[in-house]
Design a protein around this ligand. Structure first.
Ligand code: FDA
Length: 504
């Protein structure tokens, strides 16, 4: 304890000395500060990490400018404090705000300006902005521009872009990281670098390789994309009794081949069913089409007549209203709701997979049985690939999951309470084991932004060989190149966490 207090003191002295004055109020928060706890909890998106047994940072730094970040890096290096960089705090394993060694959080929420250049159709977005703030700012300037990123509006741009970032228009335009054209990063020596200065290898690495291994990414320049004035959404749910299994079977073969303007994902859950003595599986087929209902209806009747989509299932709206819808809001709600940064959090555990061959019906039946066993509250989202995602090569960015993937899977279970957590964790791990024969192999792939520490972690002084356990799953053949970039830009492995990339 006393040594950790010494580190804090050393850090503060170093910070104040280099700042040229003693006033760090509003920038540095120690545990004794009354704002420390609300600030720490303000963007903890997984209630699993609110528990009092989870280690807390010695300090929280909320930089108001880049100089504050430079000082935080300098002084944490001098005082052997580890740093964790937090943008939106949505990391599934809490890596942006939990560490088991003395550490501080650099929380970027003050650095969230968004500047849009309509003539160039580009924007500079600071990492502390949420994706909701970005969508809102674009909508304020244009009804026919958007950006291909994820659905949850409170996600931070910092983590989301650096790990990939997909959403309802990614089959048309690729990932958020595919649409980044410049960035600003502060490296381990405190240098502020843009794309030219950081070099193409580092610029490549931060677009899908995760930010936390390479530096503090402070801003991104993105290319806006075109959206039509009218888009169409639909949401049709079927239980097993209503033929959900056969519909899913058809869905998994056709959806990657549908036009890129159509995003049709499935969400699998459980619902009460008196006839089954309790629960049954329900599958929602939810879609967004970049076009009008008049165009979508014949397309669906031709390609997926079994779903029985009717005119009255379709709702037309503006693209930004579809953003509200997929973020879980009413489409008639004021757009200001996208600026909301706080969100109640539940305690959950997630895992991910990629599917390359349709799962046979017998495999699906086993899956439905697994889902109904165990009494866990869960959801599974199956995200269709194809379209633009198949046109981008595996090595274009560190995100390797491109051509040949039919769909991605996210499994998520609610852990309910600390006491119940082991039971539900065990259940999701058994579910994951059950799925092994049906998903990608050699190695089994996973999506970095659905962080899963079960895949492997760095222990002690992390080694490249050890980190292959998770590195190859997230990045496949791009892992070695990421480790070489790491060796160039941070050979001392200052920027590290349980799943950071060690120097090659
Ligand atoms: P957070 O701040 O926790 O950071 C995540 C990681 O990135 C940490 O390792 C952190 O240190 C690092 N990092 C953050 N900012 C950095 C910076 N500026 N410089 C360097 N490193 C930085 N994904 C998706 O693709 N599509 C989706 O629709 C969704 N939906 C979704 C919903 C909900 C409710 C959650 C909780 C998560 C998702 N995700 C998702 C996953 C999401 O993309 C992922 O959790 C992102 O990492 C979140 O970014 P944050 O900045 O919020 O996370």
């Amino acid at each position: 304890y006393s040594s950790s207090v010494g580190l804090e003191k050393g850090f503060l002295q170093c910070f104040q000395k280099n700042l040229g004055h003693n006033t760090t109020s509003g920038v540095i928060f120690t545990k004794s500060n009354s704002f420390y706890e609300p600030l720490l909890e303000s963007s903890i998106r997984n209630a699993r990490f609110l528990n009092s047994s989870v280690p807390k940072p010695n300090l929280i730094v909320t930089p108001h400018n880049l100089f504050h970040i430079q000082l935080a890096l300098l002084c944490s290096r001098k005082n052997s404090l580890q740093i964790r960089v937090r943008s939106g705090g949505h990391d599934y394993e809490g890596l942006s705000y939990v560490s088991y060694v003395p550490f501080l959080i650099i929380d970027l929420f003050n650095l969230r300006s968004i500047s849009i250049n309509m003539k160039e159709e580009t924007a500079w977005v600071q990492s502390g902005a949420t994706i909701g703030e970005l969508y809102y700012s674009i909508a304020n300037r244009s009804k026919v521009h958007g950006f291909p990123a994820g659905s949850c509006s409170t996600m931070g741009v910092g983590g989301h872009f650096s790990g990939g970032g997909f959403g309802t228009i990614f089959r048309k335009y690729g990932l958020a990281s595919d649409n980044v054209i410049d960035a600003q990063i502060i490296d381990v020596n405190g240098n502020i670098l843009n794309r030219t200065l950081m070099g193409e290898d580092l610029f490549w690495a931060i677009r899908g390789g995760g930010g936390s291994s390479f530096g503090v990414i402070t801003a991104w320049k993105i290319k806006l994309v075109h959206v039509p004035p009218i888009v169409t959404i639909f949401d049709v749910s079927r239980t097993l009794d209503q033929g959900a299994s056969n519909l899913f079977d058809k869905w998994q073969t056709i959806t990657p081949m549908l036009p890129p303007e159509l995003f049709l994902h499935t969400v699998v859950g459980a619902t009460n069913s008196p006839s089954h003595g309790g629960k049954t599986v329900v599958i929602s087929f939810t879609g967004l089409y970049l076009g009008t209902p008049q165009k979508l209806l014949p397309l669906m009747q031709n390609r997926f007549p079994e779903l029985g989509l009717q005119q009255n299932n379709l709702t037309s709206m503006t693209w930004i209203q579809s953003v509200l819808h997929f973020a879980g809001y009413s489409i008639n709600q004021s757009l200001e709701i996208l600026l909301k940064r706080n969100q109640t959090s539940t305690s959950s555990k997630a895992k991910s997979d990629f599917v390359k061959e349709p799962i046979p019906l017998s495999g699906l039946e086993g899956l439905w049985n697994m889902l109904l066993s165990g009494n866990s509250s869960f959801f599974i989202i199956m995200t269709p690939y194809g379209g633009k995602m198949s046109e981008i090569s595996e090595s274009e960015t560190p995100f390797p999951h491109r051509k040949g993937n039919l769909y991605g899977i996210q499994y998520s279970v609610n852990l309910v309470s600390n006491e119940e957590a082991p039971k539900h964790l065990d259940w999701i791990r058994r579910l994951y084991a059950y799925m092994a024969p049906y998903v990608s192999k050699g190695p089994r792939k996973a999506y970095l932004n659905y962080r899963d520490l079960d895949l492997g972690v760095n222990r002690g002084n992390s080694s490249y060989v050890e980190a292959k356990s998770f590195g190859l799953k997230y990045f496949n053949n791009n892992f070695e190149r990421l480790a070489k970039v790491k060796a160039r830009v941070d050979p001392g492995n200052f920027f590290r966490d349980e799943q950071s990339i060690p120097p090659f």
